[in-house]
Design a protein around this ligand. Structure first.
Ligand code: SAH
Ligand code: SF4
Length: 367
């Protein structure tokens, strides 16, 4: 059985052709799925009966199973989805005055293994399929429309900032992005769909060619030796290559700047000298800098920078003419903030393993 959430419009047209139907039939079907949130072919009454029968026997529209839903007092909602074999991924809905953002996952776990990231500590399980990426938006958008009794679009922005490194799952990512952008589906603006990457340099170029959307690059350090230790991928693609890839991305980008994310870690990357080094590093790249207060978790052994340190750090950059913002944390009461998305199912097994190990060596359990 083919899951139709696996296709962008072009893929769906090819699938329709394989059923002996005209390619243009896909448009109507695509609209039913993504604009109306329909999963039953029976309900698609304006499609020819013979077409519907073929769809019944060859295809399905299958979303993800929700394991849990948590709602924060600030309106943020976090869903945990089952993706089989004991793996789970999360999506977070963040409503604001002028926009509503969905933070989407691209992998179960992550192979990059950044020191400050809870997903990274979990290790890599597997890539999500296009259907599993698209289903996060499909589910959230239509659930919220039903709840709010609204017919028009609710989610205006998507950020690929959930679990996983999207550019290490490129072939599944691109059709999902195309569906997000398609006017027959969610019709999101390219400027409002952001891929966040820890710096998979070759894939940045391919993204520019195949599906240019807004780009955020997770920097976290102003020099190679510190970045090597925080973001291990830096050993493969060091800063000069990463910044060159950023500049090369800009001509195709829907925005005329790159967003750099910088997670503020107490005593690690937040000193005055680091700020000055960062100014020198970013001088020639049109960018915005987003300082993210670190969301601590015990296994990291790291602490969040003090608010005053963050302000002083931001001032050095602002004084040098670099647009700098400090990210508000949202959904704190439900652990929905950046880097806390660890997938409780996986996490629990990890914790159990850790406890077993600790019992074996009879050291006290600290977590
Ligand atoms: N793999 C991609 C996208 C997912 S991570 C990337 O690294 O860009 C999304 C963002 O959350 C990244 O900027 C990442 O650095 C940040 N992040 C990860 N762990 C964090 C934590 N514990 N506190 C704050 N931000 C964190
Ligand atoms: Fe992976 Fe991004 Fe977490 Fe690094 S910060 S481990 S790249 S998800």
């Amino acid at each position: 059985m083919v899951n139709l959430l696996d296709f962008d419009l072009n893929g769906l047209a090819t699938f329709c052709e394989s059923l002996g139907e005209k390619r243009f039939r896909a448009v109507q079907l695509f609209r039913w799925i993504h604009q109306r949130g329909e999963s039953s072919f029976d309900a698609m009454t304006d499609l020819a009966k013979t077409f519907r029968q073929k769809l019944q026997s060859h295809a399905s529209i299958k979303g993800l199973t929700v394991i849990s839903e948590q709602r924060s007092s600030d309106g943020t909602i976090k869903w945990l989805f089952d993706v089989g074999d004991g793996n789970a991924v999360e999506s977070v809905y963040i409503p604001e005055d002028d926009r509503a953002t969905l933070c989407v996952s691209s992998q179960a776990g992550c192979a990059v293994g950044c020191r400050f990231c809870s997903t990274g500590h979990q290790g890599f399980s597997r890539n999500l399929t296009t259907a599993e990426i698209t289903a996060q938006l499909w589910f959230a958008e239509h659930l919220l429309r039903r709840e709010l009794g609204r017919d028009e679009r609710i989610i205006s922005n998507v950020v690929m900032m959930g679990m996983g490194e999207p550019l290490q799952n490129f072939s599944a990512l691109v059709p999902a992005l195309r569906t997000m952008l398609d006017d027959h589906a969610y019709g999101l603006s390219r400027r409002r769909v952001t891929v966040s990457t820890s710096g998979v340099v070759p894939m940045m170029e391919r993204l520019a060619q195949e599906c240019p959307v807004a780009l955020a690059v997770s920097l976290h350090a102003p020099n190679d030796s510190l970045r090597d230790s925080l973001v291990p991928l830096n050993r493969k693609y060091p800063l000069h290559e990463l910044l060159a890839a950023c500049s090369a991305y800009l001509p195709s980008a829907p925005r005329d700047f790159i967003t750099f994310e910088y997670c503020m870690l107490d005593g690690v990357n937040d000193t005055h000298e680091h700020a000055q080094e960062l100014v020198r590093l970013l001088k020639t790249t049109p960018c915005k800098l987003n300082l993210i207060p670190f969301n601590p978790f015990p296994a990291s052994g790291l602490l969040r920078s003090k608010a005053k340190t963050v302000q002083e750090f931001a001032k050095v950059l602002l004084d040098a003419g670099i647009v700098t913002t400090v990210r508000k944390t949202r959904g704190d009461d439900i652990d929905a903030a950046c880097g806390q998305l660890a997938g409780e199912v996986q996490d629990r097994t990890h914790v159990l393993r850790r406890i077993d190990k600790q019992r074996a060596t009879s050291t006290p359990i600290t977590e």
